[in-house]
Design a protein around this ligand. Structure first.
Ligand code: MN
Length: 245
């Protein structure tokens, strides 16, 4: 299976590319391709997996990948489009009860939009034969901001393993201080820091590991380390550094 094209990636993510932040459709800082029709808001779609569903075996099993991508991620895409459509209808109505839906739809927008963005990054953060350590600018940045690679991995894995309930372990670029930080958002959208650009995202919702790892989340977190595509993370850092607050 081929990697999604830049057009597929960009068309699906539009302006929701940062965690709580905002970038214009002209900005391809996260590799997002704008739609050709600038007058029409983009629709979100489910990009194909950038590899076969069994490519990450034995670390991430085929059945989990198929369910996770084809059912869970697809549901976030649908929820995101539904929220946007619903908001357009609500704000255009002259009935107070329609406008009152904005609160709930904004919840749905944040939940499904963040879920969509993070899953796209998560799939691309992994590859068959991944793992090891990064090199180049990413390695230097990790050493500067976390001390060394081993210290970073213990911080990242601990944060991901101890997320209460459902959530993510995330390595992000924080553009205000121009440094890397680790976040551990609950669900997809709570406990984030605005403006940060996710570079490496580890899904620790139970749907991401329960078929193979059951309650052993820490084992799953360790397995993720063996499939990380550090080249993808390094490219995301390079693009994120070009963003300014
Ligand atoms: Mn997930």
């Amino acid at each position: 299976m081929s990697k999604p094209t830049r057009r597929q990636m960009l068309g699906t993510l539009g302006t929701l590319a940062t965690v709580g932040g905002w970038i214009s459709l002209e900005d391809d800082a996260l590799g997002l391709v704008p739609t050709t029709d600038r007058d029409a808001p983009p629709e979100y779609s489910l990009p194909p997996l950038p590899y076969a569903a069994d490519a990450l075996e034995p670390h991430i099993d085929k059945e989990t990948m198929q369910l996770h991508h084809g059912k869970h991620h697809a549901a976030y895409v649908k929820g995101l489009n539904d929220a946007i459509t619903g908001l357009a209808a609500a704000r255009g109505s002259d009935k107070p009860e329609d406008l009152a839906r904005v609160r709930g739809l904004t919840d749905a927008l944040a939940f499904n939009g963040s879920g969509h963005v993070l899953h796209v990054i998560f799939w691309n953060n992994m590859k068959k034969g991944g793992g090891g350590e990064p090199g180049g600018a990413l390695a230097r940045q990790i050493s500067r901001d976390f001390g060394n690679f081993a210290a970073f991995m213990s911080h990242f894995n601990e944060a991901a393993t101890k997320v209460q309930g459902s959530g993510w372990g995330i390595l992000a670029w924080e553009p205000l201080a121009e440094r890397l930080i680790v976040l551990a958002p609950e669900k997809h959208q709570n406990m984030t820091m605005f403006g940060c650009v996710p570079l490496l995202a580890l899904d620790v919702w139970e749907h991401a590991y329960y078929l193979r790892y059951q309650n052993r989340r820490a084992d799953y977190v360790q397995a993720f380390g063996k499939v990380i595509n550090w080249d993808d993370v390094a490219q995301r850092l390079e693009r994120a550094i070009k963003l300014t607050m």
